[in-house]
Design a protein around this ligand. Sequence first.
Ligand SMILES: Nc1ncnc2c1ncn2[C@@H]1O[C@H](COP(=O)(O)OP(=O)(O)OP(=O)(O)O)[C@@H](O)[C@H]1O
Length: 706
Amino acid sequence: MIQKMSPSLRRPSTRSSSGSSNIPQSPSVRSTSSFSNLTRNSIRSTSNSGSQSISASSTRSNSPLRSVSAKSDPFLHPGRIRIRRSDSINNNSRKNDTYTGSITVTIRPKPRSVGTSRDHVGLKSPRYSQPRSNSHHGSNTFVRDPWFITNDKTIVHEEIGEFKFDHVFASHCTNLEVYERTSKPMIDKLLMGFNATIFAYGMTGSGKTFTMSGNEQELGLIPLSVSYLFTNIMEQSMNGDKKFDVIISYLEIYNERIYDLLESGLEESGSRISTPSRLYMSKSNSNGLGVELKIRDDSQYGVKVIGLTERRCESSEELLRWIAVGDKSRKIGETDYNARSSRSHAIVLIRLTSTNVKNGTSRSSTLSLCDLAGSERATGQQERRKEGSFINKSLLALGTVISKLSADKMNSVGSNIPSPSASGSSSSSGNATNNGTSPSNHIPYRDSKLTRLLQPALSGDSIVTTICTVDTRNDAAAETMNTLRFASRAKNVALHVSKKSIISNGNNDGDKDRTIELLRRQLEEQRRMISELKNRSNIGEPLTKSSNESTYNDIKATGNDGDPNLALMRAENRVLKYKLENCEKLLDKDVVDLQDSEIMEIVEMLPFEVGTLLETKFQGLESQIRQYRKYTQKLEDKIMALEKSGHTAMSLTGCDGTEVIELQKMLERKDKMIEALQSAKRLRDRALKPLINTQQSPHPVVDNDK
Ligand SMILES: Nc1ncnc2c1ncn2[C@@H]1O[C@H](COP(=O)(O)OP(=O)(O)OP(=O)(O)O)[C@@H](O)[C@H]1O
C-alpha cells in the first residue's frame, strides 16, 4: 500500500543560477551557505508535528520529473513508500535513564537521476535536471546498476549478497523523511538528557552535505532538527517550570588539524559567551587557515577542544545564522565526483542545558551533528591528493575503531557483512567474516583527530545514528561496497548510554535539609566535647581512654556506616583514586593551563612548538609532584596515628583489612610515580638551565671547569 507522502520542503523552482559558476579549484570559502538563503518562515514552519505543518507549494510526489525518475529507478522500494512516526532508534532498553542498543544505521542511496555533480556543475539540486535515462556519464551504453533495495531494511548486490540495516531509504526519499526517521528521535532523546550524535558517512559526492545541510530548495537534517529542538524548548518552557540554555560550537578537521568555524564570526552579531585563555591565541594563522585547536581529556565531556568558540542562542534562527557563518569558512574544493566537495569533517555541537526553576537542578546534554568528508580515490590535483589522503586516513581510522568495537559482537553472533568472495544473491547473514580483525582491548581512538573527537560518543557516552550515503552506479561500486561494510560494522557496535547526571545548584530543599541536620549534629557534638573538656580541666582530671572511646562512639553513632576512621580512610582512598586518574590523564594530555609567569616568559622565547610542549609537560609534572607529596605525607601520618592508637588493619576494616592494603599499594605506586616525575623534573631543569642563564645574562655562560 502506498501511503501519503510527506510534503517536501522544496520551494517552487526559484533556484538561483549563481550556483552554476565559480567552482573553486582549491579550498576556499564557501560562497553560499546552505542556510543563508532560508527565510525565517521556512524555518518556523517546521514544527513538532513534523511534515504536516510544513507549508510548501510543491511536493515531491507531485513533481513530474520525480515520477519519471522514480519509475526508472530500481532503488524505489517495491510497492511502498511510507513515513513512520515512531521512534526508529534501536532501543532495546526502555528504562528511562539508560539506553541500551547499538548504533542506528540507515542507508541513503543517491538518486540515479543525480549524476556526479561535475556533470551538473554547481547545480545544488540536480533533481531539477533531466534524468539521463540509465546511461552513465553521457555514454549511450546501457549500464545496469548492480544494487537493489528489496525492502525498507535490505539492500542487495546482485553478486555479493544482501545487507540489512535499521532502514534503507528509497533513493527518491526527501530529507524530511530522513529527518523523521533518524534525527527527530535523537532530538527527543537529547531533550530527555541523553547525548546524541548523528553523522553522515559515504564517498565523495554521495549526498552527505545534501542530507545534513540541505540546499536552497530542501532543508537538511541540521535545520530541521534545530527547528524541532527550539519548538520543543518553547513548549516546555511555557509554564515557567523549566528554562533552557542552548550553546553552539562549530569546528572542522582539515588535514588532520582542528579549526574553529565560528571564530571568524566574531564581528557578527551574538554574544561570545566564553573566551577561554588560549595558549595559542597569539600564534595565529600565518597560513590563513585559522588557529589550530588542541584536544584534551575532560572529566565532564570525555574530550574537549580547547578554546573552541561557544555562542549562546535564543532561537533557531540565531543558531542557524551561526551555522551559516561557519559554513562560509568550511573548506571546499572540486573532486572527480563533486564540484563542491567538503574537504573537511565538520562537526556542529549543540549543548542543551535545562534547569528546573523550582529546585535549581540542571542537566546538560550535547547533540553532535557531523558531516564527514567523503572517501575518494586518488586524484590528479596535488592539493586534492593531499587533502584526500588525510581524509582517507581519518576515515580508515574511524573504520578501524568501528571494526574493533564491533569485533566481539561479530564474533559471537555472526556478521552482516557478506564475504567478498560470496557470489549469487543469497543472503550472507550469519556467514560472518571479520576481515581478519580479532577482538582486542585496545581501541585506537588516538589514530586520528576524528576518532579522538568521536571517542566519547563511540565509547558509550552518546546515542549514535549514522546515515550512510551511497552512490549505486557501477563505477562507484568499490566505494559503495566500502561504505556498506563500514555501515555493517557500525550496526554491531553496542551502546549502553546513561542520561547525563543532574547537577544540583544548591537549591535542592532535600539536600539543604540533610546538610542542615548534619551540621546541627556536628555542632551539638562539638559543644558537648568542649563542655566535657572544660569540666575535666576544671577538676584537673586527665583525658582518659574511656572519654576518648565515648567520643569515638558518639562520632560513630552520628555518622556513616560504622568506624569513623574507616570512613575517613575510605574518603581518602576515593580522593587518591581520583587524583591518580587525573595524574594519568595529565601525563597523557596535550595542554594544561599556565600559571607560572617565569616559565611563561621562558617558553615565549622558545620556538612555539617546543615551548608549548615543554611548558605543558613541566607544569603538569610539577603540580603532580606537589600533590603527591602532600597526599603521601597525609596518609602516612594517618596510618601512623592509627597504628599508635592500637587499631590493627583487621580491626579497622572490621573484616580483612583490604582497605588498608589497597591504600598501601597505592602509596607504593605513588612513590614510584613520584620518582618518575622527579627524574622528569631533573631532566627539565637540565634542559632549561642553559636557557635561563642565556636569558639572564647578556654574556656567554662561563664554564668554570675550564
Ligand atoms: N538525495 C539527493 N537528492 C538530490 N540531490 C542530491 C542528493 N544527494 C546528493 N545530491 C546532489 O549531489 C551533489 C553532491 O552532493 P553532496 O555535496 O551532498 O555530496 P557529499 O557526499 O557531501 O560529497 P563530499 O564528500 O565530496 O563533500 C550535490 O549537488 C547534491 O545536491
